[in-house]
Design a protein around this ligand. Structure first.
Ligand code: DGJ
Length: 736
């Protein structure tokens, strides 16, 4: 049986079980209490006398974990009428009166579900990660749900999901099947959500949640984040700032339709229910089959948004992002330099430019394939993954060799999930295409999605990637694009059309699993006609993502700022292009804040511009360890100030880089006041020098002075940003 740890605070990363014997409160006799604790926070569950499992605490960890039991008595709220308002996983059709986490029709047609605690089990995976599972069962039906809580102690991150199964005499219909059901008590809730469109990704909006349900969702099928990503923040008590306040960051690890309901109930509690969107996705579950939901991810910070983001980034690099602690390749992409108009000799020139510029890899974009319907524009050829003989008579392999002759690597663009109706693939396999048999086709960028719920299509998509690597073993990089949403959702082969949206995503993951089993670490960029797809399920297979086709650096400052709350810089591909009106220095500096690439015509650069880029790439190579693996501190927010400023600092607080930009171009706007640094060691002395200087310019910053961390964090530093110094990159280093 379970033991009661007397002083639980010594036991790190623990999920502890207390017994009724040690509990002073009469009302909780015989109850099971499960504190799910990370370094700073706790989510505490408790069974009531009916064995319903509810949340009794969500917030900062208490020193004495027995005191969690005294929390419920502190609340003098109105009756909840149900006794299950705080349910850890709210079922529908029995006592519940609010938005359910799960809703089912049993094999006998009955619509009610009541889930009671049966048992729980804790596995310590390593000294930082534990996995708790809690089994809940319906007393009237042979139907159970297992709730999973995976905790990452140091990072204050929790992943939650559920597994639904039954042994009824026939199939059970799942109408709703959330991954997680949080229950939070606070004096007000502020939601920071995101919306977007092509070239306008990650637009933030903050509002106070009012009573009722606010739903964040997607019904797009593929590139599900195009209009709304699943990432969000909720501040508790008052809107959190960068460094103050309590804020929860949440997100669903799922690359398809998602749905997050944020319900402020009649007692003023916040209920967060997140999972696969049940829109057009009623799921039929056979006896003994398990429906495992995707993971809902969250981190809670009582030190503002900055801390939450650093925890999440740390977690992502340590546990989620493919090769998160590894290295990345700088590159030259030809998309905006050539679009579809290239041939071998043009590419030979670009390969030389790749070397001249000093980046690691040349990335050949869209337009290299298809013969019957050549890919000379976005209207034809997609799906026909054979080299276009006219453009590339000697094939990809000769380009890979040519790249080697130039001492650079070679990467290639694909969009293997999609097809143009004008293609041989469509002609041969119309049944592989997502479309309604009796309805007119409707296109997004002149194309349709392939039906990844069909195993033959999975083989085909896998074969596109495997074929490229088999023929070209030295291929060093893949850009995986996905430019269309799903209209007319229908599979020619799937038996139950209600399963289509879910099976599409599972099919995609099956393909990616196979690719990664054979090619574990080849860098792959997750691109989606801009930033339509990034999430942490997909990032298990990809080393980086493309945030947006909008590479105007001024826009990017804002967009990258928002992305950085949820994703680390090492995963964020930023390319220098000709978008926007900013000079090459500004464009390059902004792109250096993540994973640097270029998509420009190098031969059109002036000698100073080229020299600038070459030197900046050298600086980047020297600093990339800090940019990729360091801690990010947002110093001055471009939405609140005329100057944006972001610091990347290494773990030892010894070296860092500060990017500063003018974001307001009105008369005489400048960095009139110093910017306070963060995260430094107050006792260390630092020197600050400007780098990335444009040829022929001198810095107005005297690099000789030294300052204590204390001074820089309290009095600050002025990067001297103004209309003639719109982009200022500073290197900060501790001196002995
Ligand atoms: C959309 C991507 O976002 C672009 O970078 C480029 O690869 C095009 N697709 C190619 O069609």
């Amino acid at each position: 049986m379970f033991k009661v740890p007397l002083n639980t605070t010594f036991i790190p990363f623990c999920l502890l079980l207390l017994f009724s014997a040690s509990i002073p409160l009469k009302s909780v006799a015989q109850s099971v209490v499960i504190p799910i604790e990370t370094q700073n926070n706790a989510l505490v569950l408790q069974t009531d006398t009916n064995k319903h499992l509810g949340t009794i605490y969500f917030g900062k960890k208490l020193t004495n974990n027995k005191e969690y039991l005294q929390v419920p008595a502190l609340y003098k709220q109105t009756s909840d009428y149900t006794g299950v308002l705080n349910s850890a996983y709210t079922s529908s059709g029995s006592r519940n009166l609010v938005e359910p986490a799960i809703s089912v029709t049993h094999a006998d047609g009955n619509n009610s579900l009541d889930l009671k605690y049966v048992s729980h089990d804790l596995k310590q995976i390593d000294n930082n990660v534990s996995l708790l599972s809690i089994v809940l069962k319906d007393p009237a039906y042979n139907f159970s749900v297992t709730l999973y809580y995976k905790t990452y102690f140091k990072e204050d991150v929790v992943e939650q999901w559920s597994s639904i199964q039954h042994q009824e005499k026939g199939e059970v219909t799942l109408h709703k099947f959330a991954s997680a059901n949080l229950y939070i008590k606070s004096a007000g809730y502020w939601l920071n959500q995101y919306h977007g469109d092509w070239a306008k990704e990650m637009q933030a909006e903050e509002s106070k949640l009012t009573h009722g349900i606010k739903t964040l969702d997607s019904k797009l099928g593929t590139r599900a984040n195009l209009f709304q990503p699943s990432v969000f923040m909720v501040s508790l008590g008052k809107p959190a700032t960068e460094d103050e306040g309590t804020v929860l960051f949440g997100s669903l690890e799922w690359s398809g339709n998602f749905r997050t309901d944020l319900e402020v109930d009649f007692q003023d509690n916040l209920r967060i229910l997140s999972g696969i969107n049940n829109y057009a996705s009623t799921y039929t579950l056979k006896p003994k089959e398990a429906f495992v939901t995707p993971v809902f991810l969250y981190t809670l910070s009582t030190g503002g948004k900055g801390l939450a983001s650093r925890n999440l980034q740390q977690w992502a690099r340590n546990y989620k992002l493919l090769d998160g602690k590894g290295t990345r390749l700088t590159l030259l992409n030809n998309w905006e330099a050539t679009y579809f108009d290239f041939n071998e000799s043009k590419l030979a020139g670009l390969l030389k430019d790749t070397r001249k510029l000093g980046v690691d890899l040349f990335l050949l974009d869209d337009g290299w394939f298809a013969n019957k319907y050549p890919r000379n524009g976005d209207v034809a050829g997609l799906g026909d993954w054979q080299e276009n003989k006219k453009k590339l008579p000697n094939g990809i392999s000769s380009l890979v060799k040519e790249a080697q002759n130039n001492e650079v690597k070679f990467g290639i663009w694909i969009e293997p999930e999609m097809v143009n109706p004008k293609s041989e693939l469509y002609e041969k396999h119309p049944d592989w295409v997502v479309k309604q048999p009796q309805r007119e086709e409707h296109y997004f960028r002149n194309q349709l999605a392939l039906d990844l719920s069909n195993p033959k299509v999975q083989d085909f998509v896998y074969g596109v990637v495997d074929g490229l690597f088999t023929k070209n073993p030295d291929l060093a990089y893949i850009k995986w694009d996905c430019n269309a949403v799903i209209y007319n959702a229908h599979s020619a082969t799937i038996k139950n059309q209600n399963h289509f949206y879910i099976e599409y995503v599972k099919g995609l993951y099956k393909v990616l699993e196979r690719i990664r089993a054979k090619y574990p670490k080849v860098p792959m960029m997750l691109c989606s006609g801009g930033g339509g797809r990034v999430d942490y399920a997909a990032l298990q297979y990809f080393t980086e993502f493309w945030p947006s086709d909008n590479t105007d650096p001024l826009e990017r400052i804002f967009m990258q700022w928002e992305y950085s709350y949820f994703y680390p810089a090492i995963a964020t591909s930023n390319h220098v292009t000709d978008w926007g009106k900013q000079p090459i220095k500004f464009r390059t500096d902004v792109a250096m804040m993540g994973k640097l690439g270029f998509d420009i015509v190098v031969s059109k650069l002036s000698s100073d511009e080229l020299k600038y880029c070459q030197d900046a790439i050298k600086n980047y190579d020297a600093l990339k360890g800090i940019i990729w693996q360091g801690n990010q501190y947002r110093l001055s927010n471009p939405t609140e100030s005329s100057v944006a400023s972001m610091l990347y600092l290494d773990e030892n607080k010894s070296s860092g880089v500060i990017f500063n930009y003018l974001v307001n171009y009105r008369y005489a706007v400048n960095s009139s006041s110093p910017i306070l640094l963060k995260g430094l060691d107050p006792a260390k002395r630092y020197k600050i020098q400007e780098i990335n200087l444009y040829p022929g310019t001198k810095s107005s910053i005297k690099g000789e002075a030294t300052y204590t961390g204390d001074f820089l964090m309290k009095a600050g530093f002025n990067p001297d940003v103004n209309s003639s110094r719109t982009s200022v990159v500073l290197k900060i280093e501790a001196v002995n």
